[in-house]
Ligand binder design. Structure first.
Ligand SMILES: *Cc1c(COP(=O)(O)O)cnc(C)c1O
Length: 352
């Protein structure tokens, strides 16, 4: 079946094992982030077999799918107030930064006769979610008044919007804030969650502040990559996921279109270099399914020329292989492509 993503579960298990071991040496617990593969249960199981003790996803729809896995589940994206009831039902922990939402969660938890755990997010400068530093103590004070809510920790998220790299200074600040909260309110915080796959490099460098005891890791496990500098993580696989598409047209054509050039299918004005007559293949996949700048053919002699919604055009002139109609072309994927491929209903998922 094409187009398809092939998922190698043993590579996921291996990556998870390598990374959880690395973290456990520093007493860092890992929440396995499942959003990039839409929480497919087989892949989740492979993460659990590899040593994950908590699951995390940004969407409640995905956590619902994971209800059968009896390990703690974290909702990563700040809850919508309108979803409070579902958050209480399907998430054991949620990340929060808004009192109005936390109060709504408390009301929903009362209805369900539950205590809901929250991690208060602190914005250390990346400017996505989180309480700003001058409002932290006031916010905590209000949270502690809510009977059905337990503040189990604080956390931060970096390198997402602003591209800010975690270091011992900003994560050190998170630790300092946790100390301040514990002292001021005489409570202890179980979890100090120091970010996502961009925080991993600090472990290798030996610069992870001691009190950080939790990370939320997706890309590192799935693609074997730390995301602060984009380095491959030692001893992990980057090809646990492979994308495959099929050739539906194969012809020699000029490299420059004939006629007046207007706008392409996405409203951009394309430009072309004349490389003469080239052998081009059309693959039955397009921008509706995959971020085409985010995939790399395993055959390095193939060049991606462009794509419209349902067609991906590649140049195979320099390839030694004699391709034919119906042949499959294999690609390595990056995060954005994987996200889209796993979400597309037109792409088959083959578990191996
Ligand atoms: C997506 C997400 C993560 C995981 O990010 P990776 O870079 O895939 O490790 C962690 N925390 C939050 C809040 C997220 O939204």
């Amino acid at each position: 079946m094409c187009p398809r993503v092939e998922v190698n579960l043993s590579k996921i298990r291996h990556n998870t094992r390598v990374i959880t071991k690395l973290c456990s040496k520093l007493n860092i617990q890992v929440a396995g982030v499942t959003k990039v593969f839409c929480a497919m249960p087989e892949i989740v199981q492979a993460m659990i077999d590899g040593g994950i003790e908590m699951l995390a996803d940004s969407r409640i729809e995905n956590l619902k799918k994971l209800d059968n896995f009896k390990i703690p589940k974290i909702l990563l994206r700040l809850p919508m107030k309108s979803q409070a009831m579902e958050v209480i039902k399907y998430a054991d922990i949620s990340l929060n930064s808004e009192l109005a939402t936390i109060e709504e969660l408390s009301r929903a938890a009362r209805k369900e006769k539950k205590i809901h755990n929250i991690i208060l997010m602190i914005d250390l400068g990346d400017l996505r979610e989180g309480v700003w530093k001058d409002k932290i103590l006031d916010t905590v004070k209000e949270i502690l008044k809510l009977d059905q809510i337990k503040l189990i920790g604080i956390g931060t998220n970096l390198t997402c919007y602003g591209g800010v790299i975690p270091d011992n200074k900003n994560l050190g600040m998170l630790v300092e804030i946790s100390n301040q909260i514990e002292k001021e309110f005489n409570i202890s915080l179980e979890i100090i969650s120091g970010g996502n796959s961009s925080s991993l490099y600090l472990i290798e460098k030996g610069e992870m502040p001691k009190k950080i005891n939790h990370l939320r890791l997706g890309e590192a496990i799935v693609l074997g990559r730390e995301t602060a500098y984009g380095h491959i993580i030692k001893n992990t696989f980057k090809d646990a996921f492979t994308f495959v598409a099929e050739i539906i047209e194969l012809k020699e054509k000029p490299s420059v279109p004939i006629g007046e050039i207007g706008l392409d299918a996405f409203g951009n004005k394309p430009t072309f270099t004349d490389n003469g007559i080239r052998k081009r293949a059309i693959l039955a996949v397009g921008r509706q399914d995959v971020l085409v700048d985010n995939i790399t053919p395993f055959n390095r002699k193939i060049k991606i020329l462009g794509a419209s919604s349902d067609h991906l055009i590649i140049d195979v002139t320099d390839c030694e292989e004699e391709y034919a109609i119906g042949d499959e072309i294999r690609f390595q994927v990056e995060y954005g492509a994987l996200l889209q491929l796993m979400t597309s209903g037109y792409v088959y998922k083959e578990i191996q």
